[in-house]
Structure formats: C-alpha cells, structure tokens
Design a protein around this ligand. Sequence first.
Ligand SMILES: C[S@@+](CC[C@H](N)C(=O)[O-])C[C@H]1O[C@@H](n2cnc3c(N)ncnc32)[C@H](O)[C@@H]1O
Length: 273
Amino acid sequence: MTTVSRPSPAGSYDPATTTSGGLTGELARLEAQADLSFPEELRILHDLGLDPADGPLIEVGAGSGAVTRRLRAAHPDLAHTAVDIDADLLSHAAGCGAELLVADAAALPLPDASAGYVLLRYVLQHLSDPLPALTEALRVLRPGGKLIVTEVDASCWGLADPVYPELASVHAALARAQESAGGDRTIGRRLTRLLRGAGCTDVVLRPFATTNDDRPTADFAPHLGPGRLQPLVASGALSLGEFALAADRWNRFRANPDAYVMLLGLTAAGTAP
Ligand SMILES: C[S@@+](CC[C@H](N)C(=O)[O-])C[C@H]1O[C@@H](n2cnc3c(N)ncnc32)[C@H](O)[C@@H]1O
C-alpha cells in the first residue's frame, strides 16, 4: 500500500460509529451493501461501455474494498487502483489484485490524463464540497475517459410495504443524526449538474433498483434493520424503547412473506473533455 498524504478525517463518514459493532460491524455492512446491488451496478458499468482495454480504473473512496473485490473478480484484466483517505479501512482491500493508495480524493498523486475510468461510490455524500474531488477526477482522466459516481437520495431511497407509521420518530432521529454529521444524503438529485459543472460532457443518469423479489428480505438488513440505529442509542439521540420498537418492526417485516422492499440507487456518468 502506498501512503502519499497524511490521512485526515473522511468528511462525515466515521466507520467506527456508522452501525452496531463498531468497525467490525461496518465492514460487514459495507460487504452486505455491495453484495446486494453489485450485479445491477456492474450491468450499468457494462452499459456505459466498461472495457478492460481502456483502463486503468481509479476507484476513489474505495473503503474496505467491497466493490474493489467484486470488480476485480468480474474483470481481472482491468488495471485497478483503489484510493482512500483512511489507511486502516483500505488495508482490508489488500490481496485482491488492486493497487492500494492512501490519498485524499481532492489531491490524487496520479499523473494527468492517465486513467480511463474514475469511480466514486457513496463518497460524494460525505464531502463538504464534492467539486474538488470531481475536478481532480477529471484531471487524471484521459480525454474520452469516464467519470462514474454512484449515490443515493434520501427522498427517493426506495419503498417498503407495509409501512410502520409508529417509526416516524425513529426515522426523524436518524435523518437528524445524518444531517448533523455533515455530508449530503440528498446529493442524488444534484449528480448530473455536478458532473456538468465540473466539466464533463455527455452526462447521463442511470437509476438502479434492487428488490426482495430477487433477494431474500433478510439481505436488506443493512438498510432496513436496526443496526444503523444502535449508535444513536449510544449517543442519546434515540431511546432504548424506540430502538426496541424498530427492531421488532424489522423482525415482523422480514418474517412477512408479503412484505416488499425496493431500494433505489443512482449512477451518473460523464465523459472527460
Ligand atoms: C461509505 S464509504 C464507501 C466505501 C466504498 N466506496 C463502498 O461503496 O463500499 C465512504 C468512503 O469514502 C472515503 N472518503 C471520505 N472522504 C474521502 C476523501 N476526501 N478522500 C478519499 N476518500 C474519502 C471514506 O474513508 C470511506 O472509505
């Protein structure tokens, strides 16, 4: 692993306090999250023309390598560099064949016009200003290279049926905690304008959906389960009673054969001029 810049706090993202179980719990959550939607995300990468001959691919904010490993398995012949500001998290990506680089998304130690693809997945929402990272991505891309960003938007995260209105205060507490941590969980609606504003041409938006018609309901636990609420109990933002209610409703939901969940993700892509 190459370390070229001093690690600094990774925006609004703290892997030790994102879900229950601290860092170990977050590593499992990142794996489960990638496992759930990677087939759809890979389909979009193929639709966008991903070609190993046009590498390397620079994955910025690769974290523990949940997607790095899956992309390496799908395309072992695509040169791949995984970059993250958090050296500890990135060390979990070792051994999959990608080059590892500890660096800030806004100051990549890579030459101009040296990459065919730059991918940022669930990273921009954690940055106080996404533009320096996008400008830096365009600097390292060759003309014609692709900048690809995947994000969510809290207002259209998907749907779950049945709805439990009694969880309204729990959802509000989670939204407040996410807002106070900084970052922008409604960045999804701004992706195409951000890419155009940074200088990309041919900008497209490709939503993707994952449902429990394709996967067991239990696989949606990283998104719907109580794990992400546990740190709120520890910080006092949520009562133990509210946590227990949310856990009970999740257990009911996943035991209900008629329950339906659809998660939406948003991938935007643009071409480097
Ligand atoms: C939610 S995690 C997503 C990890 C990975 N992309 C995935 O989808 O599994 C966000 C990642 O962005 C990284 N990150 C945040 N700010 C960064 C920055 N300024 N430069 C590089 N990485 C950053 C964090 O360290 C973390 O690994």
